[in-house]
Design a binder for this molecule. Structure first.
Ligand code: PSV
Ligand code: MN
Length: 383
């Protein structure tokens, strides 16, 4: 690909940021206070707007319900729009309500299951008010001890609840089914892997797809292969970008396994033009990181940079040559082609892109030295 084309693609490469990436968060042991953290959804949008001002790479802000509950969602949407942003995926939260001790959408108690269904209907209503097109479902239901649930019955109940929810979706809305193999259900989780999400998404219909969260696989899982399979079957609906050493979404995307991330992008490019505006409808690219000890805004800027670097490297792959090498069974050459792209230093390309857009060339350093940022931190600490 020509350099000008690569630069054009990077310029139009946008990521949705999570409202929860700016607010208070922590581990199950403690959530430490981090100076400057956003205290409500409006401040979260302010922070996303600040990140967008210096990176021009934020497409929307994903919200979590009930964390981001407000009286007037139309007003919330307008507030985001005034700041040049949109409301992105709506994420119903099924893991905090006391009633969900023994499950939400799979609960054998009809009243509680209905509560979870109604809560999801409310999220669909919020989508209508905010013009959001993605209902992003992560369902923690499962069990913590052998014998606690009847797998079969619980799965049937979950399936039934999802069927009812799907019927409420409007034509242009997509439901994403995120999977995760454990936590908080440490013995069995109903939607534990991509196969389970895929199976359900097939049963539920065209507007139900799978969401791949990079932190939700056991060690050694070949995520790029999963990405390819789901894309082939037109069932890859979105991503949660993060990284992990052991499990879950606790590290910065691209920080620990950059080559794996690169290989994932190499597969994605075969099926999606990630830079095109229209792609927002086809694949949802969301950051989902838990910033336990990092200051929140820099913790969002840093991964956006990592993602741009990885995307740029993946665009350098000579796909034609790779195909040839694969057809010739030239294993050494095929791997060399990937490494050639991966090992290219693309930082200069990014600097040029930013310069051409009138943005700071080093976005992470910029935040550190930004008066606006430190003023905001100070103000939030004073009140
Ligand atoms: C679950 O671990 C998860 O990845 C889901 O996407 C939730 O919405 C998010 O984390 C909450 O932090
Ligand atoms: Mn996630």
């Amino acid at each position: 690909m020509e350099l000008t084309e690569i630069k054009e693609k990077i310029k139009n490469f946008k990521i949705e940021v999570p409202s929860w990436g700016f607010g208070k968060s922590g581990t199950r042991f403690h959530a430490f206070h981090i100076p400057g953290e956003a205290r409500n959804v409006y401040e979260k949008i302010d922070d996303a707007a600040f990140v967008n001002k210096i990176t021009d790479s934020v497409s929307a802000v994903a919200i979590h319900i009930p964390w981001d509950k407000v009286e007037d969602y139309k007003a919330l949407k307008e507030y985001a729009e005034e700041k040049g942003l949109k409301i992105g995926a709506v994420n119903p939260n099924y893991f905090e309500d006391e009633d969900y001790l023994f499950g939400s959408l799979s609960n054998s108690n009809l009243k509680i299951r209905q509560k979870a269904i109604d809560q999801t209907f409310e999220c669909i209503e919020i989508m209508k008010q905010t013009d959001s097109k993605i209902l992003s479902m992560w369902i923690p239901d499962g069990s913590n001890y052998p014998g606690q649930i009847d797998f079969n019955k619980s799965f049937e109940l979950l399936e039934d609840s999802l069927k009812q929810i799907t019927r409420h979706l409007e034509k242009d809305m997509t439901m994403l089914l995120e999977y995760k193999f454990f936590e908080p259900a440490f013995y069995s989780t109903l939607l534990f892997d991509w196969g389970t999400s895929y199976m359900l998404s097939k049963e539920l219909g065209e507007n139900v797809k799978v969401l791949v969260d990079l932190g939700h696989h056991s060690q050694g899982t070949n995520i790029e292969f999963i990405v390819s399979l789901l894309s082939q079957k037109k069932k890859l609906g979105g991503f949660h970008f993060n990284s992990r050493k052991y499990a879950d979404d606790d590290l910065t995307v691209g920080s620990l396994n950059p080559y794996e991330l690169f290989l994932i992008f190499v597969e994605l490019n075969k099926f999606f033009d990630l830079s095109a505006e229209s792609q927002n409808q086809k694949i949802s690219l969301v950051l989902d990181q838990s910033h336990n000890v990092k200051p929140k805004i820099p913790a969002v800027v840093q991964p956006l940079n990592n993602l741009q670097i990885t995307y740029a490297k993946s665009l350098l792959v000579d796909y034609e040559k790779l195909k040839q090498a694969q057809e010739n069974h030239d294993v050494i050459e095929a791997e060399e082609i990937l490494k050639e792209a991966y090992e290219t230093d693309v930082r200069e390309i990014l600097r040029e892109v930013r310069k051409e857009k009138g943005l700071p060339e080093d976005t992470v350093k910029y935040v550190k030295e930004s008066e606006e940022y430190w003023k905001m931190v100070k103000e939030r600490e004073e009140f």
